[in-house]
Design a protein around this ligand. Structure first.
Ligand SMILES: [Cu+2]
Length: 122
């Protein structure tokens, strides 16, 4: 009986606190559709429920389980694949690995010069 109660308590604790979810929105630098898939793919990990990135606003929207992954880890994962966030800056090495179309730090980046929006047929 005692163990049943303990077990029940544990069950409720896990149910109430184990599934804690949160959604955040933050700035992620990027240029095109390739960046979008890179960003979304970098967040295709356990704990992340939903990840979106809007290339017009350069805003990422991420829903995740706080017990499994932290906000810091999410920012770090994006920096690891070469994208600066408002918290973590990508290393020069990670940035150098980006496709030339995706070089958001250079003002004249992109495959077809000025037409920034259309340089990637999807
Ligand atoms: Cu890109």
């Amino acid at each position: 009986m005692r163990y049943t109660i303990l077990g029940l308590l544990l069950f409720f604790t896990v149910t109430l606190f184990g599934q804690k979810k949160t959604q955040i929105e933050f700035q992620v630098r990027g240029v095109c559709g390739m960046c979008e898939s890179r960003i979304v793919k970098a967040l295709d990990v356990p704990g992340v429920i939903m990840a979106e990135w809007d290339r017009e606003t350069e805003k990422a929207k991420v829903a995740f389980k706080t017990r499994v992954i932290s906000e810091e880890q999410i920012h770090q994962r994006l920096a690891n694949v070469g994208h600066d966030t408002d918290k973590v800056t990508a290393s020069d090495e990670a940035y150098a690995n980006l496709h030339s179309c995706c070089k958001y730090r250079e003002s004249e980046g992109g495959c077809s010069g000025a037409e920034n929006d259309k340089h990637h047929p999807e």
